[in-house]
Ligand binder design. Structure first.
Ligand code: ADQ
Length: 489
């Protein structure tokens, strides 16, 4: 095997995430069809040429029978994917329960569930047990496929227990963990009953990464305050072993968006959209329909803007594209009804026989349709209440070289740290402030729009997803080497 400075030329990277980057649909007793679902992580790693990536994760379907499991494993192998099979009960307790009902809201400052305290404690305990069990199932699959020299990169809040499970099995394995959500203030993390166990488990990794310096700082201070460990400029020290903690802001594959805008079908779609909304400024929101995205607050701010600016009422349209997620969770169902109710009320109040101010779609758009929409937008509204980074803001900027539209961006999105100088930053909870930002954006001079776009565009084009992945993995390689040197001294 060809080697460079002791490493294989193309090092194998085991990417472990809750979901595989493909959706599987069963076609028969032993046949499956697979669709690549291109999210941020998939496109980030597709561009990384230096490593040979293998994916390990759950395929999103319950496959109770051995024939089905074997056939799916074989089909996935062609896509360099390795499945972890989780049964329905584990998925319910680990994924719907501990991950999405406890960690997700807590990490976004929405608190712990407020049900009857005893019932919460009981369900909390069983959900945490399932969380640990599921993480061990991921670890078992990693251990089975791991080869010496591989790097293991664990992703997100679903797998905080994984670094510990992996290191217990093989302390020489290079393990990195990256969090895609915010890591909250230590005061918030303190409220979590399993706060210490989770921190210790993450600290078993060699490198722990976050989108922003603030999240990294919150994590280090949680380790100092809750575990009594020492925070150093490099990370967190526990009995002489340092876990490196750092910020690795994610980006997008901006070239993919720029190339798409040149395709004839996208240009035709752009023409159609321009014709459809002729004489009106286009404002755009693209979000998963999740409470952290602040969709009701955004729409209420738009209503306030229309209330205060009668001149604009027939000259602006808000397109809100919201992909439904976690549709079986009652809180998400409530959110959908709430959004529909507000949109209906505002359209009834400000609509005319021929036009309505808000077009709300509960659906996902394909990549090319999304590019066309980004390109015709005058003002993008990203008003997340909290967001690890927010890639929609990056995608919008990548598609705006011609139009140089304005980005209104929540100060609570990680992207505010990188695109803050070019965007109009807002507190999404302050509807009056967001309404004023809409007016500012619509009235902005072309010189100012150009200046702001230039700033954001140069950031989006230079801080790409590929660069993010390469930096993380090369730092993970170096960190392990450093840790070994330190132990030897
Ligand atoms: P998400 O919460 O999913 O990601 P975001 O970063 O905005 O949020 O990425 C969403 C992706 O889905 C984008 O690529 C976007 O184009 C796509 N998308 C959203 N709505 C869509 C629609 N209606 N139709 C089609 N596509 C749509 C999590 C964290 C973020 C973090 C990312 C990456 O919550 O904070 O930025 O991971 O780390």
């Amino acid at each position: 095997c060809e080697r460079l400075e002791g490493r294989p030329l193309r090092q194998r990277l085991l990417v472990v995430a809750n979901r595989l980057p493909v959706s599987a649909v069963r076609k028969g007793i032993d046949s499956w069809s697979l669709d690549i679902s291109a999210g941020g992580l998939v496109s980030a790693l597709l561009g990384v040429k230096e490593f040979e990536a293998r994916w390990i994760g759950w395929a999103g379907v319950n496959v109770p029978d051995e024939i089905g499991q074997k056939a799916l494993t074989k089909a996935l192998a062609e896509k360099r994917c390795i499945p972890v099979f989780l049964d329905e009960e584990i998925v319910h307790q680990y994924y719907n329960g501990y991950c999405n009902n406890i960690l997700w809201p807590l990490f976004h400052y929405l608190g712990l569930p407020q049900e009857d305290r005893l019932a919460t404690t009981r369900s909390f305990q069983s959900q945490f047990a399932a969380y640990k069990k599921a993480n061990q199932m991921f670890a078992d699959v990693v251990n089975k496929h791991y080869e010496e020299g591989d790097v293991v990169w664990c992703h997100d809040y679903h797998l905080m227990f994984l670094p510990k499970c992996l290191k217990e099995h093989n302390s020489k394995m290079k393990v990195g963990w990256f969090l895609h959500t915010p890591f909250p203030s230590s005061e918030i993390h303190r409220t979590l009953p399993s706060r210490s166990e989770l921190l210790h488990s993450v600290l078993a990794a060699d490198l722990v990464g976050f989108h922003t310096y603030d999240y990294a700082r919150h994590f280090v201070s949680a380790c100092t305050r809750i575990l009594g460990l020492e925070g150093t400029p490099e990370g967190v020290e526990d009995q002489g072993r340092v876990t490196r903690v750092a910020a690795f802001p994610i980006g997008i594959d901006s070239e993919r968006f720029i190339r798409a805008l040149e395709l004839p079908q996208v240009q035709d779609h752009v023409k159609e959209l321009k014709e459809r909304f002729k004489g009106r400024k286009v404002m755009l929101g693209v979000d998963r329909l999740d409470m952290i995205k602040g969709i009701p607050q955004k729409i209420l701010a738009f209503e306030k803007f229309l209330e205060e600016n009668p001149y604009w009422r027939d000259k602006v349209v808000l397109l809100q594209i919201a992909v439904p997620t976690r549709t079986d969770v009652p809180e998400y169902q409530k959110l959908t009804s709430q959004v529909h109710e507000i949109v209906g009320r505002i359209n009834g109040r400000f609509g005319t026989l021929t036009a309505v101010p808000i077009h709300h779609l509960d659906r996902s758009l394909d990549f090319l349709a999304l590019c066309a929409l980004y390109a015709v937008t005058d003002v993008a509204l990203v008003t997340s209440l909290r967001d690890g980074m927010n890639l929609v803001s990056y995608e919008f900027v990548a598609c705006q070289d011609q139009k140089k539209g304005v980005l209104i961006l929540s100060e609570f999105a990680g992207a505010a740290q990188s695109l803050g100088a070019g965007a109009i930053l807002v507190n999404p909870w302050n509807i009056t402030e967001v309404a004023a930002a809409i007016a500012q954006a619509l009235n902005m001079s072309s010189e100012e729009r150009e200046k702001r776009h230039k700033h954001n565009s140069s950031h989006v084009k230079t801080h790409t997803a590929q660069e993010w992945a390469e930096t993380f993995v090369s730092e993970l390689n170096d960190t392990v080497v450093e840790a070994q040197i330190r132990t030897r001294q």
